[in-house]
Design a protein around this ligand. Structure first.
Ligand SMILES: [Zn+2]
Length: 67
């Protein structure tokens, strides 16, 4: 599922993305768990997964391709 946050290079945990929810146009917050980042709407609970790769996953991918 594509996301509209691709303009952002870095995601910060607990960062609020205002009025960006596709379902209710509410504010969403960046969160992370052991699987990585996800973005949850504070208003309706709608969860999406950003396409943006964190520096952490980029490092992992570089390591993967280099090996
Ligand atoms: Zn919402």
């Amino acid at each position: 599922m594509s996301q509209e946050v691709t303009a952002q290079n870095v995601l910060y945990e607990h960062h609020i993305i205002f009025k960006s929810c596709a379902r209710c146009a509410g504010d969403r917050q960046v969160r992370r768990d052991f699987d990585g980042f996800y973005i949850a709407c504070l208003c309706c609970g709608h969860v999406t997964y950003p396409v943006v790769e964190t520096s952490e996953t980029v490092r992992l991918l570089e390591w993967k391709y280099a090996s």
